[in-house]
Design a protein around this ligand. Structure first.
Ligand code: NAD
Length: 513
């Protein structure tokens, strides 16, 4: 078993395979079946980053029972005390930032600057939740009757099941878990089967930080055999899901089968950068590059669509392609790499499928993408950017469906109204960015486009934990992550106290008996 990484620990200690375990009721455990699965480096699939328990409903049941048993004592602690334990956790993330960042890159392929950003965002999330422990939570408000005091209090809901994707393997589990924990819930995490070792690292730090047994539980495994029984478990009160729309809608249906169960789903996107006729190309071109190709196009907020005013589309296209041709592709541990591999073979297949569909649908191909399979690329899931130009037609597959890869369309439009019409022609509504110098135009986009995250003169990517993060339509069901999740994991209860010696009711209701 790999030992906890301390700052200054030798690099060699971090590069051997790590053996993840489930944490249930404070004990590190294998799956009841004894089965394990490998997690490999997508830049070099011959490197096993670690192995993890392949859990089933027995492990899930044990974890949910542990979380349920720990709830009464944990929820009785003050917000301040729970915040202090989160603060211990924050100190440990600071200590291990570099080792954690390298692990993110090795396990999910993101370039190291993105691995670091994932860990820094994790730290910010833990700091934010810890700080909530000392902020005024709840309200005291005046009643209609002067002798009464009315309070709005936040009560934890109980056991929170957290299901996370692979692309932010440190930050997203913490978006879900930390607001839940500080407000007094207990949690069971089912992390992505692509990144179990990152999740294991987080849990080893959380155990070291002093969370009592049963308050934090993790069950590794596959979606159908570990995720589905967690969503279905009758003792789970809240499900926080982040992942694809295809799985999110299954999770929503399953959770809706039980009346008391609440589900928040954060799902995919078919985002866009809109470049209007007065745009500064010094902003528009790099913003387009960052929106389309950061994380190799595998962010929920990735822009697969660049909607560009016809008046400047040719100049934009020329400068954009010049930058695309300078992108360095390779193992993300190299500091000069801009694009790492895709996560797995399925990701490559999806990329190639979307590219083929675009060709079928009449795309003018500008850069032909394709898989990279020779030399340094031979053992990884590397691909080149696919860039095309296409006149807009409603209901076009490649302009409407999430590709989750470096697949990007340049779509010429005439004016801001058409730009928004094209932007809205998808069932998703997550992230939108607009590049313009004209406040009337960005205001038009702000008020007419469907999105949860809007940006002006910026790329469509980027999150700060003290802002809600989420989308509309098929991108989310209205319960954004990070800061936004406090509302999902607490009940706002009304509590009224009478200080008079008689009963006086609101609305003039008679008390005569
Ligand atoms: P995914 O939907 O394949 O998996 C997400 C999680 O769900 C994994 O832990 C998986 O094991 C689990 N799962 C799978 N089937 C399940 C089932 N039947 N019941 C319960 N759990 C199940 O997504 P992914 O490939 O890990 O991540 C990529 C997707 O996530 C993209 O669509 C991306 O846009 C989206 N995403 C959204 C956000 C957001 O905040 N909106 C953030 C990151 C990623």
């Amino acid at each position: 078993m790999a030992t906890m990484t301390q700052s200054g620990e030798k690099e060699s200690d971090m590069t051997g395979p790590r053996e993840a375990k489930n944490l249930i009721a404070g004990e590190w455990k294998d799956a009841a079946s004894g089965a394990r699965f490998d997690s490999v480096n997508p830049a070099n699939t011959q490197e096993v980053v670690g192995t993890a328990p392949d859990s089933d409903e027995r492990d899930v049941d044990a974890a949910v029972r542990a979380a349920k048993a720990a709830f009464p004592a944990w929820s009785k602690l003050s917000w301040v005390r729970r915040g202090e334990i989160l603060d211990n956790f924050a100190q440990l993330i600071k200590r291990d930032t570099e080792a954690m960042s390298r692990l993110v890159t090795r396990e999910c392929g993101k370039p190291i600057n993105e691995g670091r950003a994932d860990v820094i965002e994790s730290l910010h999330m833990v700091q934010f939740a810890a700080a909530l422990g000392r902020l005024p939570i709840g309200e005291c408000i005046s009643s209609e009757i002067p002798e009464k005091d009315a309070y709005i209090r936040r009560k934890p809901k109980g056991v929170v099941a957290c299901i996370s994707p692979w692309n932010f393997p440190m930050a997203i589990p913490l978006w879900e878990m930390t607001p839940s924990l500080v407000s007094g819930n207990t949690v069971v995490l089912k992390p992505s089967e692509e990144t179990p070792i990152c999740a294991d690292y987080l849990f080893r730090l959380m155990a070291e930080a002093g969370f009592p047994p049963g308050v934090i539980n993790i069950v590794h495994g596959q979606g159908e055999t570990a995720g589905a029984p967690l969503v279905a478990h009758p003792d789970v009160d809240v499900v926080l899901f982040t992942g694809s729309y295809q799985v999110g809608k299954i999770v929503q249906r399953q959770a809706a089968a039980e009346a008391h169960k609440f589900v928040a789903t954060e799902m995919g996107g078919k985002n866009a950068l809109i470049v209007l006729d007065d745009a500064d190309l010094n902003i528009a071109v790099p913003a387009a590059l960052l929106s389309a190709f950061k994380t190799s196009g595998q962010r929920c907020v990735t822009s697969n669509r660049l909607i560009v005013d016809r008046k400047l589309v040719d100049r934009f296209q020329e400068q954009f392609l010049e930058m695309v041709d300078r992108i360095k592709i390779g193992d993300g541990l190299r500091e000069d790499v801009f694009m790492g591999p895709l996560i797995n073979d399925g990701g490559v297949k999806k990329f190639l499928h979307h590219n083929a569909k675009a060709k079928e649908e009449g795309a003018t191909v500008l850069r032909d993408g394709g898989a990279l399979t020779d030399g340094d690329y031979a053992n990884g899931h590397f691909v080149k950017p696919f860039v095309y130009r296409m006149e807009y037609r409603p209901n076009t597959f490649c302009l409407r469906e999430e590709a989750f890869s470096p697949h990007v369309a340049i779509i010429p439009v005439d004016g801001v109204e058409q730009a928004v019409e094209v932007y809205n022609d998808t069932d998703y509504g997550l992230a939108m960015a607009v590049v313009t110098e004209d406040y009337r135009k960005w205001r038009y986009v702000r008020d007419h486009a469907d999105y949860g995250l809007g940006y002006v003169n910026l790329p469509s990517i980027g999150a700060e934990v003290h802002l809600p993060f989420g989308g509309v339509k098929n991108s989310g069901n209205g319960h954004p992550s990070a800061e936004g999740l406090i509302d999902a994991v607490t009940h706002r209860t009304a509590f009224t106290v009478n200080h008079a010696r008689e009963i006086v009711m609101a609305q003039g209701l008679s008390t005569k008996i």
